[in-house]
Design a protein around this ligand. Structure first.
Ligand SMILES: Cc1cc2nc3c(=O)[nH]c(=O)nc-3n(C[C@H](O)[C@H](O)[C@H](O)COP(=O)(O)OP(=O)(O)OC[C@H]3O[C@@H](n4cnc5c(N)ncnc54)[C@H](O)[C@@H]3O)c2cc1C
Length: 393
């Protein structure tokens, strides 16, 4: 067992940390307050190869491994979780499924513009009526000659209003309810119409859009993987994506710990630094242990994925623990700062708001527990359903 990062992993971690500290952290508070998507940032990240970290060089990426990508997400999220989710969805939810399930022609056509950061990617699964139960989605793709015509609505699509490429799921077999009639398509921005931008509790520097498909016609070359096998694409994508969300949660919690531990050294009450009080020491010690535990779970899941080994359960464990840890420990960071923690003078209230979403998207904590429980108790428990609710968005 080797817990050391390789020189390549260290180098990309350092690069991401430097760009996050120089280009992101100083502006994150303003982007949050102004609810502003920093369009100017992404060409800079693209130039450094950070929008295609784990994409092979032959497809325009930086050629790093999946753990390198996870390290980058952690560093970006430490500075701004909105930037973290933008890069996470772009990479693991939009670019990687095309690499994994695309034909050679599709990989060569769609991946390089994404990996080089010439355009952002989005992943469109959720609909107004289907979240955790993604297999019940209703967007339709009706046969039309050699292609399909898509109609329907998608909700809360990260990067929706900025993306050039959408990995989108629709029902190609209206006679089959549940997951089996779903197919996956690669669409362009012109195939969808953005109808609304969501206002959120946090992640205010990211975009979350509703969109509609109004008779969008696509040819056969837009079908990703086999017809009727789209749910497999969605679930495999989320198995990997969850590891990225775990890294995002670790980054947010680390940022909160950094502020809280610095504050504990400086703030004085009763004539002593508050860090001299055992109650505050206990909080900082618990934060340090839990962040470390979450990070190790996350790195293990990333390592399993890059080794091509099963990682669905390990990814679910990492996401579950890291996200709940981030919510708990960002709240503790506010407590260490007292009243100042509750104000906008310090960033910990932003970390607290940003941390909450990691318990919800790419599968809620309840769904992660179902995935883990099923690995313990077996599938038989849920044979009454084909919609595979326990493995959904
Ligand atoms: C900021 C943001 C960004 C997002 N980005 C994207 C994106 O890019 N692409 C995309 O497709 N989607 C995206 N989503 C959607 C997200 O993945 C869903 O919100 C999530 O999967 C949960 O679905 P839901 O909100 O419909 O909740 P529901 O499924 O309605 O769940 C409500 C509650 O019921 C619980 N529940 C549901 N089913 C079960 C069950 N079987 N057992 C126990 N408890 C259960 C849930 O855990 C939750 O507590 C985003 C959402 C947000 C808020």
């Amino acid at each position: 067992m080797d817990l050391e990062l390789t020189p390549e992993q260290r180098a990309i971690q350092t690069l991401a940390r430097e760009v996050a500290e120089a280009e992101i952290a100083p502006h994150a508070g303003a982007w949050d307050r102004e609810h502003r998507f920093p369009d100017e940032l992404y060409p800079k990240l693209a130039e450094l190869g950070l929008l295609g970290v784990c994409v092979p060089e032959e497809y325009g990426g930086a050629g790093g491994d999946f753990l390198s990508y996870v390290l980058v997400l952690e560093e970006l999220s430490r500075a701004d979780a909105g930037v973290g989710v933008t890069v996470a969805v772009h990479t693991s939810a939009a670019t990687l499924p095309i690499l994994a399930f695309g034909t050679e022609e599709q990989r060569a056509r769609f991946v390089p513009p994404l990996a080089r950061g010439e355009q952002l990617g989005a992943f469109a699964l959720t609909e107004p009526g289907s979240g955790s139960d993604a297999g019940s989605l209703r967007t339709s793709a009706a046969r039309d000659g050699d292609g399909w015509v898509l109609n329907g609505a998608k909700q809360w699509i990260t990067n929706g209003s900025r993306a050039g490429t959408f990995v989108l799921f629709a029902r190609t077999d209206p006679t089959t309810a549940g997951a089996r009639g779903i197919s996956c398509f690669v669409l362009d921005a012109e195939h969808v119409r953005i109808t609304r931008e969501e206002e959120k509790l946090g992640l205010n520097s990211s975009t979350t859009s509703d969109l509609v498909l109004e008779g969008a016609r696509v040819e056969r070359d837009r079908l990703l993987h086999e017809e009727g096998r789209g749910f497999t694409v969605a679930m495999a994508t989320l198995d990997g994506g969850r590891i990225g969300i775990a890294a995002q949660a670790v980054g947010i919690a680390q940022a909160a710990f950094d502020v809280a531990s610095r504050y504990a050294r400086e703030r004085e009450q009763f004539g002593r630094r508050i860090g001299d009080f055992q109650a505050i020491q206990t909080k900082l010690a618990n934060m340090a242990v839990e962040i470390d535990a979450a990070r190790l779970l996350t790195y293990r899941a990333a390592w399993l994925k890059q080794e091509g080994r099963p990682h669905a359960v390990e990814g679910a464990k990492a996401k579950l623990f890291a996200s709940e840890m981030a919510r708990r420990q960002t709240a503790e960071a506010i407590q260490v700062l007292g009243g100042y923690g509750y104000t906008k003078e310090f960033p910990v209230e932003r970390y607290y708001r940003d941390a909450k979403i990691t318990e919800i998207y790419e599968g809620t904590s309840e769904i992660q527990r179902l995935v883990i429980a099923r690995s313990i108790l077996g599938r038989g428990l849920r044979e009454d359903r084909v919609t595979a609710a326990p493995r959904s968005s």
